[in-house]
Design a protein around this ligand. Structure first.
Ligand SMILES: Nc1nc2c(ncn2[C@@H]2O[C@H](COP(=O)(O)OP(=O)(O)O)[C@@H](O)[C@H]2O)c(=O)[nH]1
Ligand SMILES: [Mg+2]
Length: 190
């Protein structure tokens, strides 16, 4: 969180975290296409060859007012590939909340769990406990026949009191609901 008193702006950071190819960038693309251009900035995607996220994607949303301050939500994705550990840590710095985008496919169960563990470790390295941190879980790719039952994903990833959503990010299903839950958690904490 960063408050610019002169501009009366409050900057809040929400990070979309998850294994590679789970649909984090697709979430941001959907949010970008469904929000009023006057309330959002450009979607900036830094890409490597082959279209995978290198450092991060970024977009800014301006919504409503909190006690006379203009909240600006800065949405980031992290690169999921194992080799970008340093990038993930960097993007997590100063995060006010995390949306964990899980890939529902059966063959990604282990990747989901490994990535959840890395989220916990990376937050701990920043002095933050995932236990009392604003977190929203999204089970994405619910349209695929290879999807695991939600109960299985819940068993492996869910925690007490953490909001959960099923989604098909490519079709925009569940994307805005997930974002709203994250915004609500972040705002209620400040
Ligand atoms: N079938 C299906 N494909 C999806 C869904 N969400 C994302 N994808 C696809 O999965 C691939 C990886 O998505 P992307 O957003 O780039 O993943 P990221 O690495 O987490 O940013 C792309 O080909 C997307 O079109 C979904 O809900 N269903
Ligand atoms: Mg991406």
């Amino acid at each position: 969180m960063f408050i610019n008193w002169k501009m009366r702006e409050i900057n809040l950071k929400i990070v979309y975290y998850g294994p590679s190819l789970s649909g984090k960038t697709t979430n941001l693309q959907c949010i970008h296409s469904r929000t009023n251009p006057r309330q959002r900035g450009e979607l900036i995607c830094l890409k490597t060859r082959g279209d995978r996220t290198l450092y991060f994607d970024f977009m800014q949303l301006e919504l409503g007012r909190i006690r006379g301050l203009k909240p600006k939500f800065n949405l980031y994705t992290v690169p999921g590939q194992p080799c970008y550990v340093a990038s993930r840590r960097l993007v997590l710095q100063g995060a006010d909340g995390v949306v964990y985008v899980a890939d529902s496919q059966l063959n990604r169960l282990k990747a989901n769990m490994d990535t959840m563990r890395s989220l916990e470790e990376n937050l701990r390295a920043l002095g933050v406990s995932l236990h009392d941190f604003p977190l929203v879980l999204q089970y994405n790719k619910r349209d695929l026949p290879t999807r695991a039952p939600v109960a299985l994903l819940q068993m492996q990833l869910a925690r007490d009191g953490v909001p959960q959503f099923q989604s098909v990010a490519t079709e925009g299903v569940g994307v805005i609901e997930t974002l709203k839950a994250a915004i609500n958690l972040v705002v209620s904490r400040i």
